[in-house]
Design a protein around this ligand. Sequence first.
Ligand code: MN
Length: 424
Amino acid sequence: MKIDKTQIQKHNDKLYSAHQRKVKQLVNENPIAKRVINKLVDFQIAIPSWALGTGGTRFGRFSGGGEPRNLEEKISDVGLLHCLNKSSGAISLHIPWDIPSSTRKIKALAVEHGLQFDAVNSNTFQDQPGQKLSYKFGSLQHVNAKVRQQAIDHNIDVIKHGKALGSNSITIWLSDGSCFPGQLNFRKAFQRTLEGLQEIYAALPSNWKMFVEYKAFEPNFYSMTVGDWGQSYLYASKLGAKAYTLVDLGHHLPNANIEQIVSLLLMEGKLGGFHFNDSKYGDDDLTVGSINPYQLFLIFNELVEGMDARKMNHATDLGWMIDASHNVKDPLEDLLQSVEAIKIAYAQALLVNRRELNRAQEANDVVRAQEILQQAYRTDVRPLVAEARLKDGAALQPIQLFRDIDVRKQLILERGLKTFATGL
Ligand SMILES: [Mn+2]
């Protein structure tokens, strides 16, 4: 299905005067509000192909109906999101779930929807049908060189698919690790993994980036071979200038100070990108900003500060991706909420008075520093985010429009009630 421009126009016309009042007030109160709107227009967040279907847990999966049955329908779903919010102009593919049957046709379809291909993702955390050797005891860390080679070959194959589609980065998340003490020699596992990553790195096209994602626990519960940002940084440093650390918000131990991690990785020029989600316990994959929006704001506060210090382009110099998959919401509504939460946090971070904050920090004025941060955080920036959408021809209230025109009902009519998208 496609959303007609007149449907968006009608929706916006109805909401326009109330919206305009709020924007005017914000622009009057904040001298930089107009600059914030322009930055919001440029800021795009990639949608992961695996989040378009209903996710599951190890206990079960409850399909929502009308889920995309193939890559074409996944691209069409991201096209719907992008049409509604003009902020989701890229899709992140997972190989082998999303191998195109025709690269030429898939590229043309993406262009039709105004989409680009973001980072491609490899998968050595599962065994695929027909696969020769098993990843039960890891992939790049494996004691058997043949298993390691199979994982290396897969990653190089993923790069080839990405290159054909016009992507320019690969995200490697390894589930490698151990479940019990004594199972693994940590040093040897690290060395083997590094050697495998080096072979993959050697296959990167010159303009590509490699993102090394870390995770504290699960599926291995005693040790993870890329378990935290320090280990990821170690791999990325040893690999070279094209390798970076990728921060997934759900991949930390509880109470980790993610904003500090972000700040230091940026300082070292080794922050590559993000996987956004939210969590209460661990890798919960909940909607971005649903549990702890203040933390999301604090992370963006460090991102804006650190990127400006290195004169980086907010929109293009880091990879911005969502990584979520859960089982009770309509996946498309969830993604609209996630993108909105990211843009709200970004806008609030842009409103922080940097000069005043710096002055308060230099004077050890702790109270003032908190006031400055929370002044920005407690500003309702939603009209600015909506104005950025309006400027780009998208809907003032994407979720409301999604419901008003019954997008899900249309998708169920087209695809059926009992469809299953490949994913987690
Ligand atoms: Mn992730």
